[in-house]
Design a protein around this ligand. Structure first.
Ligand SMILES: Cc1cc2nc3c(=O)[nH]c(=O)nc-3n(C[C@H](O)[C@H](O)[C@H](O)COP(=O)(O)OP(=O)(O)OC[C@H]3O[C@@H](n4cnc5c(N)ncnc54)[C@H](O)[C@@H]3O)c2cc1C
Length: 338
């Protein structure tokens, strides 16, 4: 099995020190924080990004790498179509290879009910002028030479793309740093600095930064961080499993799922494989609090998750995860986020 290159023990690329003052502090060095910092700097803001571990050390380097429009919620689809254009624009104007390729996405249908669902989604795609097509069984088989299973057909969006997350986000961070963003790794933000009822900056592991604005891009840790300030956002933490193989022969150019397994061939020839639509949800206090908001989704697909009572140590929504802390009492980032 191939290993993911970014771990907590990877060398620090951005040691700091953090400045005393900036216009905007971005909390979190995943794809959202890094892109936010880059675009804000390009808009003329002085930006400091603080990351508790390594740039892209969490889900932003371990995800499937699909830049997928297909199958999105109708409200999300225009955002995904814009995101695809933004990735192309970023690659072109920075002349950077993010591993960006247009190979399309294919969802294989085992039965008529699945195919009918795909046909319903194709109508949504058509309303947005997206190039999604419904493939017959013969067209599907032709797309995957050597396919052993029998499929009724498939849904395909040829304009869908993919990239190499473990390369793309560190590359974007380097572009942001060159553009003027101050990035500091291994530096957790412990709390917002609140003065006279408004945000005045952040308190981090090594001191304070004064700033008029703070953007929280803390991924799975965001709701825990905000709850300490009495702000509750409906966010659930789920754990997904993904694996990387050694190089294997090419099966398809793009990304595909048969409803059970999702896969993409990486630029190094290996595959990123994962169970399709299956997550582990560790039920903790946030899960109970957010239940009313997530009920419709739960009714639609009750068994998309495995429900587990005991979260691993340090999990965002664990029963023993500290919910309240002062900047001084916050635990070190290596053992727990705060
Ligand atoms: C298995 C898997 C597959 C996925 N596949 C896809 C896909 O194919 N396509 C797709 O578009 N999306 C996919 N996603 C989703 C995608 O990975 C996420 O939406 C995206 O990475 C979120 O980025 P982020 O920057 O918000 O969060 P993260 O990458 O989690 O980054 C948040 C960062 O904030 C840091 N942080 C948190 N708290 C603090 C603090 N107090 N101080 C300092 N730093 C802090 C964390 O250390 C972390 O590095 C997948 C996700 C998973 C788990």
């Amino acid at each position: 099995m191939a290993r993911f290159p970014i771990t907590a023990d990877s060398a620090v690329s951005y040691p700091g020190p953090p400045p005393a003052q900036t216009d905007v502090v971005v909390i979190g060095g995943g794809v959202i924080g890094v892109c936010t910092a880059l675009y804000l700097t390009e808009a003329g803001q002085r930006v400091t990004l603080l990351e508790k571990g390594r740039i892209a050390g969490e889900q932003s380097s371990r995800n499937w790498g699909w830049i997928r429009q297909q199958g999105r919620d109708p409200a999300e689809l225009p955002i995904m179509m814009q995101a695809r254009r933004d990735w192309c624009d970023l690659a072109r104007r920075t002349n950077t290879d993010f591993g960006l390729r247009q190979g399309g996405t294919v969802y294989l249908a085992r039965d008529d009910a699945k195919l009918a669902g795909y046909a319903r989604w194709q109508a949504i795609a058509q309303a947005h002028d997206l190039d999604t097509e419904l493939l017959s069984a013969a067209q599907t088989a032709a797309l995957f030479p050597g396919l052993t299973g029998t499929f009724k057909g498939a849904l395909r969006t040829a304009s869908d793309m993919h990239a190499e997350p473990a390369l793309a986000v560190p590359a974007l961070a380097a572009i942001a740093a060159r553009a003027g963003v101050t990035i500091v790794e291994n530096c957790a933000v412990r709390a917002l600095d609140i003065a006279a009822g408004r945000v005045a900056g952040v308190v981090h592991e090594a001191g304070r930064i004064a700033a008029d604005s703070v953007v929280l891009a803390g991924g799975a840790w965001s709701s825990l961080f905000l709850a300490n300030h009495g702000v509750h956002i409906p966010q659930l933490s789920v754990r997904d499993t993904v694996l990387a193989t050694q190089p294997l022969p090419e099966v398809t150019l793009g990304t595909a799922s048969n409803g059970r397994v999702a896969f993409r061939r990486r630029a190094d020839g290996g595959y990123t494989l994962a169970p399709s639509g299956a997550s582990e949800l560790f039920i903790g206090p946030d899960a109970f609090r957010a239940l009313p908001k997530f009920l419709p989704q739960l009714r639609d697909s009750p068994w998309a998750q495995t429900y587990l009572p005991m979260a691993p140590k340090g999990y965002p929504d664990g029963w023993r995860t500290p919910r309240r802390w002062t900047p001084i009492s916050a635990p070190r980032s290596r053992t727990c986020a705060y």
